[in-house]
Design a protein around this ligand. Sequence first.
Ligand SMILES: Nc1ncnc2c1ncn2[C@@H]1O[C@H](COP(=O)(O)OP(=O)(O)O)[C@@H](O)[C@H]1O
Ligand SMILES: [Mg+2]
Ligand SMILES: [Zn+2]
Length: 498
Amino acid sequence: MALLGLSGNVVTVEVDIADGLPMYSLLGLPDAALSESRDRVRAAMVNSSEIWPNKKVTVSLSPAWLPKSGSSFDLSIAIAIVIAQGNAKQESVDATLILGELALDGRIRSVRGVLPALIAGYKAGITRAIVPASNLAEAKLMSGMQVLGFESIAELLRFLRTGEVSVAVPLDLEIQENDDLPDFADVAGQPTARFAAEVAASGGHHLILIGPPGAGKTMIASRLPTILPALSMEEALEVTAVHSIAGSLASRSPMSRIAPFVSPHHSASRVAMVGGGAHVIKPGACSLAHHGVLFIDEAPECGVGVLDSLRQPLESGTITIARSVGSLTFPANFLLVLAANPCPCGKFTGKGRNCTCSSQQVRRYLGKLSGPLMDRIDMRVQVEPVGRVDMADSNIGESSQAIRARVSSARVKAAKRFSHDGWTLNSQIPSRALRTQYKPERGAMNFLHEELDKERLTARGLHKVIRLAWTLADLTEKDIPTLNEVKSAYSLREGSEL
Ligand SMILES: Nc1ncnc2c1ncn2[C@@H]1O[C@H](COP(=O)(O)OP(=O)(O)O)[C@@H](O)[C@H]1O
Ligand SMILES: [Mg+2]
Ligand SMILES: [Zn+2]
């Protein structure tokens, strides 16, 4: 399988062995890693007591025009060479998708992109796959296909020759209910930030948390996946497919239905953020956060242009990466959470205590976040360090489970309301619809128009307040936002206390 993003093309491997001086040629637009397959395949075969043909070997990967990259063709090339010598039967691998990199000693190494490769194969009518044993858990997600995992080329060839499987790899396909996830119960105090997180999860509203170090910004953001609804099976498969291509499944169970949490460092490059790469195109942080949370700590410290590269995915839920042989699209639909210190030294509190920054530095610091990006952020929440009283309070905070129940029912309400609209979350209501069928109560509109007239609110700000107000209404079981919800939404957006 040659993968292009999440889609793939079936590649047929043919081998011809002819008399002549020992020679090996590989046809079909291989990249460097693939060209090196000869040495891996030869060493792996010889070290597995298979015969390497000292003749003229021609390996052809077709369709020939399709560029092919990486090491996942090793195993299929080795098997084709064995079959071409008559040492295994062609029928044993008929209509079988074979994936795997070979180690020099004959072990089969894991490869990236197994799940998307299988999905593409399934769509092409292939019903059987041979994969590295270490990719089996991921591969088994592709129900409807017979999937076999092997540790070494010797083990695989024994199976192809005799039908004998030496080790049955036991698999636990139960969905892991992870007890060691963090919980909102651990967060003391911070009523505003906790509430903002609940609103963000309910309506899909992006959020910035502003506060000094140690206030609990990271703590709160990293708990968002525990209050987001569990992923549907389809969403979980999509997330696993993206992580499979990125090779980051080790840190995430392939069966997980918890929304992903991805937190690139502020020194991350543009490519790390949105994806790309010179040879192998890898999805970036924004795609790894698909259906989950993208958290960027110390956002004003991000490199020039890095945050702005998120504008396309924020707009469309996908990211397109241009490359020499055509462009490639990955899904990237995430909840964005930014965290920022209030000033370069981090200690600014409004009263200026302990802060060593000039007032100009303070003003400029958050200004580093560009207007177009901040336009997409619906809530601006000040987070002050928790006081001693809060920390000493023996009443623990509300659990993630309790919050998640409210989030889920708010989402159900919104989805029902939008059932004929083509979107599901309040953050997705188009401006046009906000002026017509999704207007708040009259009193609330009057309040907003007054704020507009006093130029305390821009037209864009007004739309964001209304979207937020809908989420607040859904959370309080109201059918339409009233003045109350609109005022609360207004203060969440502006970052003042409720
Ligand atoms: N509201 C809070 N409740 C409980 N512990 C907290 C709270 N805020 C901060 N802490 C403690 O301080 C540590 C640092 O918090 P963190 O979330 O990393 O702060 P920030 O990201 O704002 O710098 C946490 O690991 C936790 O032990
Ligand atoms: Mg932090
Ligand atoms: Zn400062």
